[in-house]
Unconditional design. Structure first.
Length: 118
């Protein structure tokens, strides 16, 4: 059971990045997927989420209109397209999967660092 994030890096303010999270070892299409982030000295916060079948999404107010979460169940991958990046978006971004199957199950990735700076 594994989630592996990629796509982080250094970007200038106003720029864009696309994060990817590849899943393996579980039935990806049965899991709701989400992206969290944790900035230095701050608590981890929910950024965006998408239901198992795709379609319905929700976003933190701070990223609405700038970030887009999507998933490709055929590729077992969830994405986070980040546009108009701001320095306050700097954080480690984590991918999370969750489902209920008789009991609550969740899996986390190891995180990928996004730095927004000029």
């Amino acid at each position: 059971v594994q989630l592996v994030e990629s796509g982080g890096g250094l970007v200038q303010p106003g720029g864009s990045l696309r994060l990817s999270c590849a899943a393996s070892g579980f039935t990806f299409s049965s899991y709701a997927m989400s992206w969290y982030r944790q900035a230095p000295g701050k608590e981890r916060e929910l950024v965006a989420a998408i239901i198992s079948a795709g379609g319905r999404t929700n976003y933190a107010d701070s990223v609405k209109g700038r970030f887009t979460i999507s998933r490709d169940n055929a590729k077992n991958t969830v994405y986070l397209q980040m546009n108009s990046l701001k320095p306050e978006d700097t954080a480690v971004y984590y991918c999370r999967g969750s489902t209920w199957s008789g009991r609550y199950l969740e899996v986390w990735g190891q995180g990928t660092l996004v730095t927004v700076s000029s």
